[in-house]
Design a protein around this ligand. Structure first.
Ligand code: NAD
Length: 502
């Protein structure tokens, strides 16, 4: 009990502790930011954004490139933080930082070209107008991120939103807040005089919910479709625009004439790297019957040499999210009890926090290992009669994020790619599209909607304003009550005559 004379101690802010996915050793403590903290961050961001948007484009580009240089200079610290929080090997974390640098570089250097005012042509009755459009920043963008690529994935929104002239409030996953905090610290050090332009708030679902309710001008979400639905429902209350980058169940199609060694190499990497915890990772393979057995053999040969762990010789790390281990186990045991054959590993491969490689074949298309996102080092390689059946099965998914085609002839591969329901397709490689900053990235169905990266990814964080400037009084002015009826009729006759013919 506190007596009236003794002032009560200030309540300690609530915190949460992150821990190593490999050892469960604690890493760091972070505040649980509540609605008031988030609201303060958004107010500061709004104040900072006005000055940022008013800068000449060249100055903004210079600031962002300085931030990029700071990230490159501090690459080791960033890699350490990502590796510690996710458990992934340092080499994988370094690849993530390298990809991020490439994207930030592209966004910074291309924003002005993509978003600046441009003239557009006018029409028959508008020749007296000069018409143009310009993409203007939205204001403050909220970004909610996942843990599997805690830098690369949210930076697809953060870097492009800042380049487009916005401020950002970022809520990283509760598993990887340290990466988000470091990102904002590096920004503040590299871009002095713009405090509040990029703020990281930390916490779990309640902090993300507060960000969705905070009055941001757009919310860019990356995570599972289940969470996307909840956040989108909150955004709907205020008509806050929403962008969803969700999961995938990416398929690879292998044709009879494909280079099987190259296909097996790419499939193994696409399925197992980052312990299979990649939204556009390889989860399903449809191989035509003639080469199915040979492909399986090559995949198994490569995969059996790889092992998860924490040491330097480990190919990949632990499952970052402890609860995902049970999902992987359920998919593997479910597939086998439904008649699938385990070509490598099986339920015994699941030894939390690690999962050794699992290669399955003959998996019924109705099994969870085919229909749900496994998000673990498991790959299903099913035989198909021909490319048509492969395309049909690849497309019969609730997800539509990425895909790949292996085919001797690139042109024929591209023709198969065009038949796939996927936001991005790589021919004769996996995930090739994710490394090209000029290419938009995103999916449809349960994989979400909207695009990050590339020109679309810059425009995603803007609103377009159309302008006309009248150059002279038109000979036929239709927007006046003074127009004689005969003039109006002449205009209609003219339009009808013209549009009937062309
Ligand atoms: P998740 O949906 O559990 O969480 C994502 C983020 O949402 C986290 O920051 C979390 O704290 C926050 N959140 C949770 N509940 C919330 C709520 N009610 N309101 C607001 N925010 C809330 O996803 P995850 O486990 O962090 O990430 C894995 C998923 O992300 C997988 O499905 C993966 O495929 C997907 N992913 C997609 C892409 C892509 O670009 N398409 C990239 C990486 C990961």
């Amino acid at each position: 009990m506190t007596d009236a004379a003794t002032p009560a101690a200030a309540p300690r802010p609530a915190t949460f502790t992150t821990s190593s996915p490999a050892t469960r050793e604690p890493i760091a403590e972070h505040p649980v930011d509540g609605p008031e903290d988030v609201s303060r961050a958004v107010i500061r961001a709004r104040a900072a954004q006005a000055g940022w948007a008013a800068l000449p484009a060249g100055r903004r580009r210079g600031h962002l490139l300085r931030w990029k240089k700071a990230l490159a200079a501090d690459l080791d610290a960033v890699v350490r933080t990502i590796a510690e929080e996710t458990g992934k090997p340092a080499g994988d974390a370094a690849l993530e930082v390298v990809l991020t640098l490439e994207h930030l570089n592209w966004a910074a250097r291309n924003a002005e070209r993509v978003l600046r005012r441009r003239k557009v042509g006018t029409g028959l009755f508008t020749v007296h107008q000069r018409a143009s459009l310009v993409h203007r920043p939205l204001g403050v963008v909220g970004v909610i991120g996942p843990w599997n690529y805690p830098l690369y994935t949210p930076m697809g929104s953060i870097g492009y939103a800042l380049a487009a002239g916005n401020a950002v409030v970022f809520k990283p996953s509760e598993l990887t807040p340290g990466t988000g905090v470091l990102l904002a610290e590096l920004f503040d050090a590299a871009v002095p005089g713009h405090a509040g332009l990029l703020t990281t708030v930390t916490g779990a679902a309640s902090t993300g919910d507060a960000l969705a309710r905070s009055g941001v001008d757009k919310l860019a979400f990356t995570g599972s479709p289940e969470t996307a639905r909840k956040v989108m429902a909150v955004c709907a209350e205020t008509l806050t625009p929403f962008l969803a980058e969700c999961g995938g169940k990416d398929a690879v199609i292998v044709t009879a004439d494909a280079d099987l060694s190259a296909a097996a190499d790419a499939i193994v990497w696409g399925a197992l790297s980052n312990a299979g915890q990649t939204c556009a990772g390889v989860e399903r393979v449809y191989a035509v019957r003639e080469i199915h057995a040979a492909l399986c053999e090559q995949v198994v040969q490569r995969a059996r040499t790889l092992r998860p762990g924490a040491g330097a010789d480990a190919a990949y790390g632990p499952m970052t999210l402890p609860s995902q281990v049970a999902v992987v186990e359920r998919h593997v045991t479910g597939a086998i009890s439904a008649g699938a054959q385990a070509l490598l590993g099986g339920p015994e491969s699941v030894r939390a926090p690690y999962v050794a490689p699992v290669v399955l074949t003959g998996v019924p298309e109705t099994a969870a290992a085919v229909t749900e996102e496994t998000f673990g080092p498991v790959v299903v390689i099913n035989p198909v009669a021909d490319v048509d059946e492969a395309v049909e099965r690849a497309n019969a998914s609730r997800y539509a994020l990425g895909a790949a085609v292996f085919c001797r002839n690139g042109r024929a591969g591209a023709a198969i790619a065009a038949r796939l329901c996927a936001g991005a397709v790589s021919v004769n490689s996996v995930l090739g599209f994710a490394a090209v900053p000029a290419l938009p990235f995103g999916g449809s169905r349960d994989s979400g909607f909207g695009r990050i990266h590339g020109e679309e990814g810059l425009r995603a964080f803007t609103s377009v304003q159309s302008t006309t400037v009248q150059r002279f009084t038109p000979p036929i002015a239709l927007t006046s009550f003074d127009v004689p009826a005969a003039t109006r009729e002449r205009a209609v006759r003219l339009a009808r005559a013209l549009h009937r013919r062309r």
